[in-house]
Design a protein around this ligand. Structure first.
Ligand code: DX5
Ligand code: ZN
Length: 221
Protein backbone atom coordinates (compact mmCIF):
# COMPACT_ATOMS: atom_id res chain seq x y z
CA UNK A 1 0.00 0.00 0.00
CA UNK A 2 1.06 3.58 -0.62
CA UNK A 3 1.91 5.77 2.39
CA UNK A 4 -1.25 7.11 4.06
CA UNK A 5 -2.22 10.66 3.13
CA UNK A 6 -4.28 13.14 5.13
CA UNK A 7 -6.91 15.43 3.64
CA UNK A 8 -8.41 18.06 5.95
CA UNK A 9 -12.03 18.83 5.06
CA UNK A 10 -12.58 22.59 5.10
CA UNK A 11 -16.27 22.08 5.89
CA UNK A 12 -15.30 22.21 9.57
CA UNK A 13 -13.08 25.31 9.21
CA UNK A 14 -13.99 28.88 10.10
CA UNK A 15 -15.15 30.17 6.70
CA UNK A 16 -14.44 33.78 7.69
CA UNK A 17 -10.76 32.85 8.10
CA UNK A 18 -10.54 30.10 5.51
CA UNK A 19 -7.20 31.13 3.98
CA UNK A 20 -5.51 31.27 7.40
CA UNK A 21 -7.07 27.99 8.50
CA UNK A 22 -5.74 26.20 5.42
CA UNK A 23 -2.31 27.89 5.59
CA UNK A 24 -1.89 26.74 9.18
CA UNK A 25 -2.19 23.04 8.34
CA UNK A 26 -0.84 23.15 4.76
CA UNK A 27 2.78 22.19 5.59
CA UNK A 28 1.63 19.06 7.43
CA UNK A 29 -1.07 17.62 5.16
CA UNK A 30 -1.15 16.01 1.73
CA UNK A 31 -4.26 17.34 0.00
CA UNK A 32 -7.30 19.50 0.71
CA UNK A 33 -10.82 18.06 0.74
CA UNK A 34 -13.49 20.50 -0.45
CA UNK A 35 -17.17 19.58 0.00
CA UNK A 36 -19.52 21.13 -2.55
CA UNK A 37 -23.23 20.69 -1.66
CA UNK A 38 -26.29 21.77 -3.60
CA UNK A 39 -29.11 21.50 -1.06
CA UNK A 40 -30.67 18.90 -3.34
CA UNK A 41 -28.55 15.75 -3.47
CA UNK A 42 -27.93 16.42 0.22
CA UNK A 43 -30.08 18.52 2.55
CA UNK A 44 -27.38 21.13 3.07
CA UNK A 45 -25.51 23.92 1.29
CA UNK A 46 -21.79 24.56 1.61
CA UNK A 47 -19.63 26.39 -0.91
CA UNK A 48 -18.97 26.51 -4.62
CA UNK A 49 -16.79 27.69 -7.47
CA UNK A 50 -15.90 31.23 -6.24
CA UNK A 51 -14.62 29.91 -2.91
CA UNK A 52 -12.49 27.30 -4.68
CA UNK A 53 -11.06 30.01 -6.96
CA UNK A 54 -10.17 32.20 -3.98
CA UNK A 55 -8.60 29.31 -2.12
CA UNK A 56 -6.53 28.44 -5.18
CA UNK A 57 -4.74 31.78 -4.80
CA UNK A 58 -4.00 31.01 -1.16
CA UNK A 59 -2.88 27.37 -1.33
CA UNK A 60 -0.81 25.07 -3.51
CA UNK A 61 -2.32 21.87 -2.10
CA UNK A 62 -4.00 19.34 -4.40
CA UNK A 63 -7.74 20.20 -4.32
CA UNK A 64 -9.92 17.11 -3.90
CA UNK A 65 -13.47 18.32 -4.65
CA UNK A 66 -16.25 16.09 -3.34
CA UNK A 67 -19.35 17.00 -5.33
CA UNK A 68 -22.55 16.32 -3.40
CA UNK A 69 -24.71 17.65 -6.22
CA UNK A 70 -27.34 16.13 -8.51
CA UNK A 71 -25.65 17.37 -11.71
CA UNK A 72 -21.91 17.25 -10.98
CA UNK A 73 -20.92 16.91 -14.64
CA UNK A 74 -22.49 20.29 -15.51
CA UNK A 75 -19.76 22.23 -13.69
CA UNK A 76 -16.57 20.33 -14.50
CA UNK A 77 -15.00 23.00 -16.77
CA UNK A 78 -15.79 25.74 -14.21
CA UNK A 79 -14.35 23.60 -11.46
CA UNK A 80 -11.14 23.09 -13.42
CA UNK A 81 -10.91 26.81 -14.24
CA UNK A 82 -11.31 27.61 -10.53
CA UNK A 83 -8.24 25.49 -9.78
CA UNK A 84 -9.67 22.15 -8.65
CA UNK A 85 -7.45 19.12 -9.26
CA UNK A 86 -9.85 16.22 -8.69
CA UNK A 87 -13.63 15.96 -9.18
CA UNK A 88 -15.28 13.20 -7.16
CA UNK A 89 -18.87 12.44 -8.16
CA UNK A 90 -21.49 10.28 -6.47
CA UNK A 91 -22.31 7.06 -8.31
CA UNK A 92 -25.88 7.38 -6.98
CA UNK A 93 -26.51 10.35 -9.32
CA UNK A 94 -24.53 9.03 -12.30
CA UNK A 95 -25.01 5.26 -12.48
CA UNK A 96 -22.93 5.28 -15.68
CA UNK A 97 -20.21 7.87 -15.13
CA UNK A 98 -18.29 7.14 -18.35
CA UNK A 99 -19.15 10.47 -19.98
CA UNK A 100 -18.54 12.45 -16.81
CA UNK A 101 -15.10 10.86 -16.53
CA UNK A 102 -14.34 11.85 -20.13
CA UNK A 103 -15.59 15.38 -19.50
CA UNK A 104 -13.45 15.68 -16.39
CA UNK A 105 -10.34 14.53 -18.26
CA UNK A 106 -11.05 16.91 -21.14
CA UNK A 107 -11.29 19.74 -18.62
CA UNK A 108 -7.92 18.69 -17.17
CA UNK A 109 -9.28 17.22 -13.95
CA UNK A 110 -8.51 13.95 -12.24
CA UNK A 111 -11.66 11.89 -11.69
CA UNK A 112 -13.08 9.96 -8.77
CA UNK A 113 -16.26 8.14 -7.76
CA UNK A 114 -17.87 8.15 -4.33
CA UNK A 115 -20.21 5.69 -2.66
CA UNK A 116 -22.69 6.69 0.06
CA UNK A 117 -22.91 4.20 2.95
CA UNK A 118 -25.86 2.13 1.59
CA UNK A 119 -24.35 1.80 -1.92
CA UNK A 120 -22.51 -1.48 -2.53
CA UNK A 121 -19.05 -1.63 -4.10
CA UNK A 122 -20.57 -3.43 -7.11
CA UNK A 123 -22.09 -0.09 -8.23
CA UNK A 124 -18.62 1.29 -9.05
CA UNK A 125 -16.83 -1.96 -9.92
CA UNK A 126 -17.29 -1.60 -13.74
CA UNK A 127 -15.88 1.95 -13.62
CA UNK A 128 -12.89 1.65 -11.29
CA UNK A 129 -10.47 1.83 -14.21
CA UNK A 130 -11.85 5.26 -15.14
CA UNK A 131 -10.88 6.59 -11.73
CA UNK A 132 -7.90 8.13 -9.99
CA UNK A 133 -9.68 7.75 -6.66
CA UNK A 134 -12.56 5.86 -5.06
CA UNK A 135 -14.16 7.48 -2.04
CA UNK A 136 -16.02 5.35 0.50
CA UNK A 137 -18.26 7.51 2.71
CA UNK A 138 -18.20 6.53 6.37
CA UNK A 139 -21.10 8.85 7.25
CA UNK A 140 -24.20 9.85 5.31
CA UNK A 141 -23.12 12.74 3.07
CA UNK A 142 -24.24 16.26 3.91
CA UNK A 143 -22.90 17.16 7.33
CA UNK A 144 -19.64 17.20 9.25
CA UNK A 145 -19.31 16.03 12.82
CA UNK A 146 -21.17 12.73 12.46
CA UNK A 147 -20.14 9.43 13.96
CA UNK A 148 -18.01 7.00 11.94
CA UNK A 149 -19.94 3.99 10.56
CA UNK A 150 -17.71 0.93 11.03
CA UNK A 151 -20.05 -1.12 8.83
CA UNK A 152 -18.46 0.47 5.74
CA UNK A 153 -15.04 -1.03 6.53
CA UNK A 154 -15.71 -4.28 4.61
CA UNK A 155 -16.46 -2.09 1.56
CA UNK A 156 -13.08 -0.34 1.94
CA UNK A 157 -11.46 -3.77 2.10
CA UNK A 158 -13.38 -4.92 -0.97
CA UNK A 159 -12.24 -1.82 -2.89
CA UNK A 160 -8.63 -2.42 -1.77
CA UNK A 161 -8.75 -6.02 -2.96
CA UNK A 162 -10.31 -5.07 -6.29
CA UNK A 163 -7.73 -2.35 -6.96
CA UNK A 164 -4.78 -4.55 -5.99
CA UNK A 165 -6.00 -7.68 -7.78
CA UNK A 166 -6.50 -5.68 -11.01
CA UNK A 167 -3.02 -4.17 -10.76
CA UNK A 168 -4.46 -0.62 -10.52
CA UNK A 169 -3.09 2.38 -8.65
CA UNK A 170 -6.46 3.99 -7.86
CA UNK A 171 -6.42 5.67 -4.44
CA UNK A 172 -8.98 4.63 -1.86
CA UNK A 173 -10.26 7.47 0.30
CA UNK A 174 -12.50 7.40 3.36
CA UNK A 175 -14.56 10.37 4.54
CA UNK A 176 -16.64 10.97 7.65
CA UNK A 177 -16.07 10.64 11.37
CA UNK A 178 -12.33 10.12 11.03
CA UNK A 179 -10.42 10.56 14.32
CA UNK A 180 -7.14 8.97 15.53
CA UNK A 181 -9.29 6.07 16.81
CA UNK A 182 -11.26 5.44 13.60
CA UNK A 183 -8.35 6.26 11.25
CA UNK A 184 -6.60 3.11 12.40
CA UNK A 185 -9.22 0.55 11.32
CA UNK A 186 -9.82 2.57 8.13
CA UNK A 187 -6.13 2.31 7.25
CA UNK A 188 -6.10 -1.39 8.21
CA UNK A 189 -9.02 -1.95 5.82
CA UNK A 190 -6.99 -0.39 3.00
CA UNK A 191 -7.63 3.36 2.84
CA UNK A 192 -4.84 5.47 1.30
CA UNK A 193 -6.39 8.90 1.89
CA UNK A 194 -8.13 9.84 5.13
CA UNK A 195 -10.41 12.88 5.18
CA UNK A 196 -10.91 14.63 8.52
CA UNK A 197 -12.94 17.78 9.14
CA UNK A 198 -13.97 18.16 12.77
CA UNK A 199 -11.00 16.17 14.09
CA UNK A 200 -8.65 18.79 12.59
CA UNK A 201 -10.41 22.15 12.36
CA UNK A 202 -12.48 21.83 15.53
CA UNK A 203 -9.46 20.72 17.58
CA UNK A 204 -7.90 23.31 19.91
CA UNK A 205 -4.63 22.88 17.96
CA UNK A 206 -5.25 21.73 14.35
CA UNK A 207 -1.55 21.08 13.69
CA UNK A 208 -1.28 18.83 16.71
CA UNK A 209 -4.49 17.10 15.59
CA UNK A 210 -2.88 16.40 12.18
CA UNK A 211 0.18 14.92 13.92
CA UNK A 212 -2.04 12.69 16.05
CA UNK A 213 -3.93 11.43 13.02
CA UNK A 214 -0.69 10.74 11.19
CA UNK A 215 0.78 8.90 14.15
CA UNK A 216 -2.34 6.72 14.34
CA UNK A 217 -2.20 5.67 10.68
CA UNK A 218 1.57 5.27 10.60
CA UNK A 219 1.36 2.75 13.42
CA UNK A 220 -0.59 0.59 10.99
CA UNK A 221 1.94 1.15 8.20
C1 DX5 B 1 -19.75 15.09 4.74
C2 DX5 B 1 -18.47 15.50 4.07
C3 DX5 B 1 -17.25 15.29 4.85
C4 DX5 B 1 -17.19 16.05 6.15
C5 DX5 B 1 -16.39 15.23 7.11
O1 DX5 B 1 -20.75 15.10 3.80
O2 DX5 B 1 -18.31 14.76 2.86
O3 DX5 B 1 -16.09 15.59 4.07
O4 DX5 B 1 -16.61 17.32 6.05
O5 DX5 B 1 -16.48 15.82 8.33
P1 DX5 B 1 -16.06 15.08 9.68
O6 DX5 B 1 -14.60 14.73 9.54
O7 DX5 B 1 -16.32 16.10 10.71
O8 DX5 B 1 -16.91 13.85 9.80
ZN1 ZN C 1 -16.44 15.02 1.79
Amino acid sequence: MKPARLAPSILAADFARLGEEVARVEPYVDLLHIDVMDGHFVPNLSLGIPVIASLRKASSLYFDCHLMTTNPDAYLPELAAAGADLAVVHIEVLPDPTQAAERARRAGLDFGLVLSPPTPFEAVAPFVELCDLLLVMSVHPGFGGQEFMPEVLPKVHEARQWVDSHGLTVDIEIDGGITPETARPAREAGADVLVAGSAIFRAPDPVEAVHRLRAAVEEVG
